[in-house]
Design a protein around this ligand. Structure first.
Ligand code: ZN
Length: 604
């Protein structure tokens, strides 16, 4: 049986990065059919105007050309026609990210939001998708990795797939090429990983580690949401990082060196990051794909959709992504504490945390978090990083106040039961009221301060209750992001510039000038290129050392270019702020403290 809407996708010219899509609409709107390209993709809150990549478009019906007129940047209106309307268009695909589409002679990848025009008025109709390989002998080895439902296609094959409606159609990205592929099973559901790009990964180890992480999330929520199978789609590159969640798959980009090499047994920092990313996206199967904001249930992909809850969907997910690494024994305690300390450091290093609340950060994600400029650290706070810390504070508070009877895990299960399983959208106040209902605690003040306010989260006393030491120290060096160990020395803080440097062909350009820092006080600005400090040539490599060598309390002359004008500044370096977090296991804790700690971290 064929659907009334069908899309055929063919990489018509991998060399030119062009997909050709042929869309057939059996019963177009009698008044004239409108087709619209999405401007954003769920999970990535930025207007991306995917329509800009549409290169050519023709339409015909019954052998006759059909006229069309563009209505706005992403909408096309076709003249009324008697019968089936066929629209053929090409899409330029050269964005190697998880959010768009990419095609060359080595592989093709696309999200439906980049390729599929929406048939206005027929969004609920089922559609057929025919995937075709590129022409030529070079492509005979290509296969397909997607969680789109096969129709006539064989498993991993080109051919006919289907989707129940437009929403589903655009939530199953497609990878085509000569990827590596391995399968494993979790909760009776087939899982797989497909890796594109050159790599030397130990597929067996990947499968067993992923299986363990998947099981840990399933154990916490009580069940895997209903799905036929799940796919980790991985693009391995020299340098890159990112992931995007879908209803039964995820697309990931990582460094090939982050993947575990054959014969290697330890969890490197790179592999720890990869596992954290995979864990994060899998957790989204519940938290945001099914437990989702009311506003996302019928999300209009043609314009921004706001929610004040991204701190919960991204922050809580970020909290559990790393927590599951220690709970499954993938990393040691010190390694987990290091990850946590680094999140705290990240938040502490931006004074934006004192100006923007998590609620506002969530709401303005579109124009602020996703469009960060040189002032971002001074103006905004990340709903990922601070959101994860708010989740930590909430978890520890619940554990503490209920004497270990309950935790955030219970809240997540309740959210799943109430909102996820039943697909009942989460309204703005629902999470807070559910937390209070499940725990019986009055946490109104906590939410006012942590979510709607800009007070510092008081983590130190909470962590101490669980046998974890917490201290903020001046950074020992520019690379010091914090640690999972007690701080070593109490040396005096180094004098610092109060700016972040980026290398511009080796020259020291100011990427960020921090509020209240020495650079800002001296009048230096982001974009300035430092030429000399105290008469010595400055480079990206030596700036911090030159500043650190200035005697305490002394001033130094700085020369810098602003645009093409040479300027002189009188700089007084300031002591490095106490913005670098160290966490450690407190020694010889009382037995009840140790037992709380073990229960939280899933130890022993
Ligand atoms: Zn996420």
């Amino acid at each position: 049986m064929s659907s009334v809407i069908s899309y055929q996708v063919k990489p018509i010219s991998p060399e030119a990065h062009l997909f050709e899509v042929t869309l057939k609409i059996a019963e177009p709107d009698q008044q004239g059919q409108m087709l619209v390209m999405p401007s954003w993709i769920l999970g990535s809150y930025m207007i991306r105007d995917f329509a800009k990549n549409l290169v050519t478009l023709t339409a015909q019906s019954g052998g006759q050309q059909v006229a069309w007129e563009k209505q706005d940047k992403q909408s096309w209106l076709f003249a009324p026609c008697g019968g089936e309307l066929t629209v053929t268009y090409t899409i330029y695909a050269w964005d190697l990210s998880v959010r768009s589409a990419h095609l060359d002679t080595t592989h093709g990848y696309f999200n439906g939001t980049s390729l599929f025009l929406r048939v206005v008025g027929q969004e609920q109709q089922p559609c057929d998708v025919e995937l075709l390989p590129p022409d030529g002998d070079a492509y005979v080895g290509w296969r397909v990795a997607t969680t789109l439902q096969e129709n006539m296609a064989s498993y991993l094959g080109f051919g006919s797939y289907q989707a129940a409606n437009y929403d589903e159609l655009v939530d199953h990205p497609v990878e085509m090429g000569a990827f590596d592929y391995a399968e494993f099973e979790v909760a009776g559901v087939p899982h797989a990983i497909a890796i594109t790009g050159r790599h030397d990964a130990d597929m067996e180890r990947l499968c067993s580690d992923l299986e363990m992480l998947c099981n840990s999330h399933i154990d916490m929520f009580g069940q895997l949401p209903e799905m036929d199978r799940y796919l980790f789609q991985v693009m391995a590159v020299g340098d890159g990082y990112g992931g995007l969640e879908h209803r039964s798959s995820t697309s990931l980009i990582c460094k090939r060196t982050d993947l575990p090499k054959r014969g290697e047994e330890k969890v490197t920092k790179g592999y720890r990051q990869f596992l954290g990313l995979a864990s994060h996206e899998y957790f989204h199967l519940w938290n945001v794909k099914r437990i989702r904001p009311e506003a996302f249930k019928t999300a209009d992909l043609s314009k921004e959709v706001h929610t004040r809850l991204l701190w919960a969907f991204e922050g809580i997910t970020s909290y559990y992504d790393d927590l599951s690494l220690i709970r499954t024994g993938r990393v040691e305690t010190e390694s987990y504490l290091e990850l946590l300390a680094q999140v705290i450091t990240r938040v502490q290093r931006g004074s934006g945390r004192l100006k923007q609340s998590l609620s506002d950060s969530s709401f303005d994600a579109w124009t602020k978090f996703y469009k960060q400029d040189e002032n971002a650290p001074n103006a905004i706070v990340s709903y990922y990083a601070k959101g994860a810390l708010a989740a930590l504070a909430l978890d520890l508070t619940i554990r503490k106040e209920t004497a270990g009877r309950l935790s955030l895990d219970d809240v997540m299960r309740a959210l799943w039961e109430r909102h996820g399983r039943t697909d009942t959208g989460v309204a703005e106040g629902d999470i807070e009221s559910l937390v209070m209902e499940v725990t019986g605690l009055d946490l109104g003040d906590f939410f006012d301060r942590a979510i709607r306010g800009t007070d510092e989260l008081e983590l130190a006393p909470l962590l101490a209750h669980f046998g974890i030491g917490y201290r903020l120290c001046p950074a020992g060096s520019v690379d010091d992001l914090g640690s999972g160990k007690a701080p070593e020395s109490t040396e005096e803080a180094r004098p610092v510039l109060g700016a972040r440097i980026k290398s511009s062909n080796g020259a020291a350009e100011l990427a960020v000038v921090l509020d209240g820092g020495a650079a800002q006080k001296a009048g230096l600005s982001a974009g300035d290129t430092l030429v000399a400090i105290g008469g010595i040539r400055a480079t990206a490599g030596n700036v911090n050392d030159l500043v650190a060598s200035v005697e305490k309390g002394e001033r130094v002359e700085v020369h810098a270019f602003r645009r093409d004008e040479l300027m002189s500044f009188d700089l007084k370096p300031l002591p490095a702020p106490e913005d670098t977090c160290h966490l450690w296991l407190l020694e010889s804790p009382a037995p009840e403290v140790e037992s709380r700690r073990s229960s939280w971290l899933g130890l022993g």
